[in-house]
Design a protein around this ligand. Sequence first.
Ligand code: GLN
Length: 255
Amino acid sequence: MKKKILAAAMAAMVTVTALTGCGSAASSDSGSTGKTLVVGTNAAFPPFEYVGDDGKPDGFDIALIKAIGEKAGYEVQIQDMEFDSLVSSIGNKIDVAIAGMTVTEERKNTVDFSDPYYEAVQNVLVPKGSDIATAADLQGKKIGVQLGTTGEFIADEIEGAEVSAYNKAVDAVNDLNNGRVDCVIVDKNPAEVFGAQFSDKVDVLDGTKFDFEPENYAIALPKGDTELADKINSALKELKADGTYDSLVKKYIEE
Ligand code: GLN
């Protein structure tokens, strides 16, 4: 499966992927009474979401939200958009978002979150032979991140760091390979995919060596829609109990 994700990630790099926007914006009641759940994602975050061979978003999150939709009685419609636009689009362009999104206090001011479904941590990608190994080594460095992500929030706190934010994590990795940045801070699983993709050029360093805190991924929901939250959380619970969740982890995340 990793190979397939890698191929998809490579294809996404050379192709300008047309967004499969359906044009139908989420209606205010579609979350709780309608049949369609419009789900926003950013399909540039393998293995959680990427553009598949058929040009459509695929990945762990996409499969998970489709399974949730099936249990909860929604037809899931995926809308691919920039990560940084997801939170502000909930309740207008989309109903919910699934995008390897970390639960943060700041985001909770705008949206609610489902129960967490995956634990992650930021990792650090460095060029082979780099002397970056600990948190102190990051000070004053040129750091590439994805715009609006927890990787960016962490980098912004590093003393003297010069932070470059990109719309896609892979663009940060390309600038790492070009020597424009000294390292890239990005979530663990995508870091591993990029590490495998550019195994001749980069090393992936475990974020716990940099004292990065664990992060929880959850589905972002419209604030105050407890009915929708209950439906999604119950479906998630069922999928964990019946083995579907584990089989998706095996299929998309583990080798
Ligand atoms: N987990 C990170 C965040 O929530 C990155 C998510 C992403 O880039 N899709 O900010």
